[in-house]
Design a protein around this ligand. Structure first.
Ligand code: UDX
Length: 440
């Protein structure tokens, strides 16, 4: 089928390239000419493992192109997916301006072209009821409106698209249902869950909010382990073995970040308020996570002996991205922690495998930060090494080399990547999430 995708960011780009892998003819639209130019050269402006190779395949099969001109790619289009951003507004609500602008543009083009067979699909994460808003905009053009939320994890997006746990399609008419089922039909093994647009829109927020809840919950249980002496690693494992709970998203850390969980949790809270429904649990998840991210810098400072002792010290920050296998630093706990440490006069030697370029831009106004791709370079002559992102390479770090290279002896492992016995065998002070703060 002929598919046009509006918005060539993390979601639009992965979806477009994967739709092409399914054999569809895809045009990805974006208003950033430079991005379109990069993509038409076969380059990928984001880090997503495997995406560059898939783009090359799609281009060699003439199944994908990139343009900034939507009007030229509607006439022969079967379905247009809106994958533009829905950033968080001041009041926490999702900013729908880009979505509604795109819908208006598509509507006007359909009227001009007298095109009556187009399906408009929201892939962006949009609050429940957005399809109804779009229908008001497009009522004169005969456009059919559907919802098809994505469940792509950055760094794992291709697998999440090509082997999803389910594809959710929200359709309020037969034409949309047929079109979306046809689009996803090459994914023969996949379970298609069809519902109406409102339910589909809320499934997305419910899924993300529940995943965020699991993370915030296990992080709070880790706080209890630190007071009681229970073993967080064994607790997470044993709890997750209950098939009703599941082992995933029970890894402790500095709090969740990213372009989705914080935004979507706040948007859901806003939806609750707008509908006078008290979503007290998700409210608590948001404040728990915000407080946790803030507390990490002070955890590091206390390891250095408190504010006065910490001033002038040098700290290695291993990991700047909000998670492993991405260059994305949006809402990253590592970035927030780095800013807070700099504020207290601590010098930073920061390391990340993919996120240094984005971090330098975000931290441009911060003094006293040096950047290194090689974590061992960052560790040189530091008083404390803090791990903030779960890059798998950090679990392979050579502790003897760290010991030799540091001038201090403190490791603050906020992702529990290292082995406690091994670290302590080198007479290093090892702080980690869930460590028993036994003050006896
Ligand atoms: C998330 C959802 O997983 C995905 O389905 C949705 O489409 C977009 O939002 P993403 O934000 O890319 O994906 O990353 P994810 O892997 O979910 O991690 C989000 C944050 O939670 C990261 O900061 C990660 O480090 C943290 N996390 C994740 C934990 O702290 N513990 C875990 O066990 C899992």
């Amino acid at each position: 089928m002929n598919i046009t995708i509006i918005g060539s960011g993390y979601v639009g780009l992965v979806s477009g390239i994967c739709f092409a892998r399914l054999g569809h003819n895809v045009t990805c639209i974006d208003n950033q000419e430079e991005k379109i130019h990069t993509l038409n050269k076969g380059e990928i402006p984001i880090f997503e493992p495997g995406l560059k190779e898939m783009l090359a395949d799609a281009r060699s099969n003439n199944l994908i192109s990139f343009s900034s001109d939507l009007s030229a790619h509607i006439a022969n289009c079967d379905a247009v997916f809106i994958a533009v951003g829905t950033p968080q507004d001041e009041d926490g609500s999702a900013d729908l301006s880009y979505v509604l602008t795109a819908a208006q543009e598509i509507n006007d083009l359909c009227l001009d072209l007298n095109k009556k067979d187009l399906i408009l699909v929201t892939k962006s994460t949009v609050p429940v009821g957005t399809a109804e808003k779009i229908k008001k905009i497009t009522k004169n053009s005969g456009l059919k409106i559907a919802s098809n939320p994505e469940f792509l994890r950055e760094g794992n997006a291709i697998e999440d698209f090509m082997k999803p746990d389910r594809v959710v399609i929200g359709c309020d008419d037969e034409l949309s249902s047929e079109a979306l089922r046809k689009i996803y039909s090459p994914l023969t093994e996949v379970r298609i869950v069809e519902t109406d647009t409102k339910t589909s829109e809320l499934i997305k927020y419910t899924s993300n909010a529940l995943l965020a809840t699991k993370i915030a919950f296990i992080n709070e249980i880790a706080n209890l382990c630190e007071k009681t002496g229970a073993n967080i690693k064994e607790l997470s494992k044993a709890t997750g073995l209950d098939s009703r709970i599941g082992e995933k998203f029970l890894n402790v850390g500095p709090g969740y970040g990213g372009s989705c969980f914080p935004k979507d949790v706040n948007a859901l809270i806003r939806t609750g308020k707008d509908n006078e429904v008290n979503l007290s649990i998700i409210d608590a998840v948001e404040s728990s996570n915000v407080n946790r991210k803030k507390s990490m810098a002070h955890r590091i400072i206390s390891q250095l002996g408190g504010l006065d002792q910490a001033k002038g010290k040098v700290v290695a920050i291993l990991g700047l991205a909000f998670k492993a296998n991405t260059d994305d630093i949006r809402y990253s706990p590592a970035i927030a922690t780095t800013k807070e440490l700099v504020k207290h006069g601590i010098a930073i030697r920061a390391s990340d495998f993919e996120a240094i370029k984005n971090s330098k831009r975000e931290l441009a106004n911060e003094d006293g930060i040096n950047y290194f791709v090689d974590p061992y370079k960052a560790i040189e002559n530091t008083d404390l090494v803090a791990i903030l992102t779960e890059w798998p390479q950090y679990s392979e770090l050579d502790i003897a080399r760290i010991k030799e290279s540091m001038r201090g002896n403190i490791i603050c492992d906020l992702r529990n990547m290292l082995n406690k016995q091994e670290v302590e065998s080198y007479q290093l002070q090892y702080d980690y999430i869930g460590k028993y703060q036994n003050n006896d």
